[in-house]
Design a protein around this ligand. Structure first.
Ligand SMILES: [Zn+2]
Length: 534
């Protein structure tokens, strides 16, 4: 079995790894992500993939973010007709995201997206998280990763050239919710992979400490929002504008904000009787929300609740049972389409009766969409508040706003948000960075749990760090080495740590051949010494 890092090895875009085993007849891609910036087209206009798409047996897809699924349509256009194995939620949201992207793409169209053969494995009768399924001569196991709805880490196991059982786990992106503390609202905690020989682990956030230290708590998050609203009211109760990503951030924010507004003074009418209300101007997020609504409330035939759903919701909401949570969520998501102001949110922001609006809008990167209209309209309004929630790449509009909040933006340099340019001296609105409360990527504790924590003794694993820039990968490598050196009694031992470059290949069966050669040499030496003794 050979592993090739096609993309995303040394950066946070275009995640794709190729597993090839000619003996087994397997040529599988794990993820097929889009590069954010790099040139994707060859001079003749054909998509650049780095391998022959027609020779692929299948794709394993970890989740619906575009840096993991964004080049599936190009793969179809280049001749790939095989199955894309994933979960039902990933299939549904990937199709929605790619259909939307097709409107702006010069490389593919809606037909390419329509023709992708998604095969949701969690619809199989024999599916269970943590249980292997046989596909294409290998055994494939899904582990919930708590990153977004439908996201999984996946383990692939095979018989090596020397007939030894070998396995590799691809982390995909790893979320912060754990079974012990599922602090973000919607999803159940991450699952860990157990005994494997190799791991490919994401390093988006490296070993950076999360901020603020109390962020891993629903109560801390609700207090942070209550403070934002109290401050907003003290400044006249203007609009609160919140950029959100279509998948997961929008649904988490809607859940939390609805709860804060319903259960605290923040949601009560002000002295003049003006209501505070919630609106979402993000058509793509609204469609993703329908998938969340369906899959977080759907019961199994045996009546079990959704395996994706945070099991602490009934407690947190003070509801009697899971059926009451079902009803709560259905009613909650139905409001996404109902909480609209006549004439639109922008007009409402200027209407004295309606201006206490909490406006969620896309895109989360502040590179285009309604959010840029809202921010440019309100940034000169001293009563307005603009709240950034969670990580955004530094080279995006949201990343620039975060730098400005941190005091790391020169006052004579215009702030670029998509096509808009904002003069920093014109800013009157309050800008708030809510930190890591909503990050979809777990911190170093969550990564260490995923890499090290095992229930039973396991062989030492070789860890490849991908999907992070060089500083993040180096930081994470140091942190993992430090944890391994502690030799905790129930930790997985590490055999080696590799920071691969794009294009790098690794023979995953070579270790067996080396071991076999060493055993043969030792046997020969033992025989020779026996003969000498005779
Ligand atoms: Zn992701």
């Amino acid at each position: 079995m050979e592993l090739t890092f096609i993309g995303g090895a040394d950066g946070v875009t275009g995640s794709a790894s190729l597993l090839t085993d000619t003996r087994l007849g397997l040529r599988a891609l794990v993820d097929c992500g889009a590069h954010a910036e790099r040139e994707l087209m060859r001079p003749d206009g054909a998509p650049r993939l780095g391998f022959d798409a027609r020779a692929l047996s299948c794709v394993f897809l970890t989740h619906a973010h575009r840096d993991h699924c964004g080049r599936l349509p190009q793969l179809h256009r280049a001749g790939f007709r095989g199955p894309v194995y994933c979960t039902e939620a990933t299939a549904a949201m990937t199709r929605i995201a790619l259909m939307d992207a097709a409107k702006f793409s010069r490389e593919y169209d809606a037909d390419d997206v329509e023709m992708i053969d998604f095969q949701p494995l969690d619809r199989r009768a024999d599916f269970n998280f943590g249980q292997p399924m046989r596909l294409h001569g290998v055994a494939v196991t899904f582990h919930r990763s708590a990153h977004i709805l439908g996201a999984v880490a996946l383990t692939i196991a095979w018989r090596s050239r020397t007939s030894t059982r070998r396995s590799i786990c691809f982390s995909g992106d790893i979320g912060g919710n754990t079974p012990a503390n599922p602090y973000q609202s919607l999803l159940a905690g991450q699952q860990t992979p157990g005994a494997v020989d190799y791991m490919v682990v994401e390093s988006t956030r490296g070993a950076e400490p999360a901020r603020p230290p109390r962020y891993k708590s629903a109560a801390g998050r609700e207090t942070a929002w209550a403070d934002v609203f109290a401050d907003s009211d003290a400044r006249g109760g203007g609009p609160v504008v919140v950029p959100c990503f279509a998948i997961h951030r929008a649904q988490e924010l809607w859940f939390d904000l609805h709860r804060v507004l319903r259960h605290s003074a923040a949601g009560a009418p002000d002295a003049a009787g003006r209501p505070r209300w919630l609106s979402m101007d993000a058509p793509l997020a609204a469609r993703m929300t329908e998938v969340y609504a369906e899959l977080l409330t759907r019961r199994s035939e045996q009546g079990a609740q959704s395996p994706w759903r945070n099991p602490t919701l009934a407690d947190r909401l003070g509801l009697a049972d899971e059926a009451a949570v079902d009803r709560y969520l259905v009613e909650l998501w139905a409001r996404v389409g109902r909480n609209r102001a006549p004439g639109g949110t922008l007009r409402a922001m200027h209407d004295p009766e309606l201006s206490r609006v909490v406006a969620l809008a896309g895109s989360g990167m502040c590179e285009g969409g309604r959010i840029v209209d809202f921010i440019t309209d309100q940034i000169g309004n001293p009563a307005a508040t603009i709240v950034l929630c969670g990580y955004a790449p530094p080279e995006t509009g949201a990343g620039r706003l975060r730098r400005l909040i941190a005091g790391d933006w020169p006052s004579d340099t215009p702030l670029v948000l998509g096509k808009a340019r904002i003069d920093p001296t014109r800013i009157q609105a309050r800008l708030v960075d809510l930190g890591d409360y909503y990050s979809g990527h777990g911190d170093i504790d969550a990564l260490c749990r995923f890499v090290f924590e095992i229930d039973e003794p396991a062989p030492a694993a070789t860890v490849f760090l991908n999907h992070g820039d060089s500083a993040m990968r180096a930081g994470l490598a140091d942190a993992l080495h430090a944890r391994a050196a502690m030799k905790r009694p129930h930790d997985r031992p590490l055999a080696d740590m590799v920071l691969p470059a794009t294009g790098e290949q690794h023979d995953l069966d070579a270790a067996d051949q080396n071991a076999q050669a060493i055993r043969a040499r030792l046997r020969a030496q033992a025989l020779a010494s026996l003969r000498r003794a005779e």
